[in-house]
Design a protein around this ligand. Structure first.
Ligand SMILES: [Zn+2]
Length: 89
């Protein structure tokens, strides 16, 4: 999953520094995830990677069933949908 990709990129960041050419920014371009060069910039402040740096697609529930996105945004319907999925699980 993307955690492994990020971990690999964090390992890579130790050798990459802030140079774009060295980094290549593949992870940023292909997955919308922070690449080694970006991760290096968070390190000095002991900052965690901001959620904004993660592409929107990873912030969404990527296995959200199609049925939900097609429903009419009726709160009752959404609640009963989740209740049904919860009961099934
Ligand atoms: Zn990069």
């Amino acid at each position: 999953m993307h955690y492994n990709l990020l971990l690999e990129e964090m390992r890579r960041s130790a050798n990459v520094g802030v140079d774009v050419a060295t980094c290549g920014c593949v992870l940023r371009m292909t997955h919308g995830l922070p690449c080694a060069r970006e991760i290096v910039q968070y390190r000095p402040q002991h900052q965690s990677i901001p959620l904004l740096a993660i592409h929107l697609i990873w912030q969404k529930l990527n296995d959200l069933p199609q049925q939900l996105s097609q429903c009419t945004h009726d709160p009752e319907q959404e609640i009963s949908f989740f209740r049904q999925k919860f009961d099934e699980a």
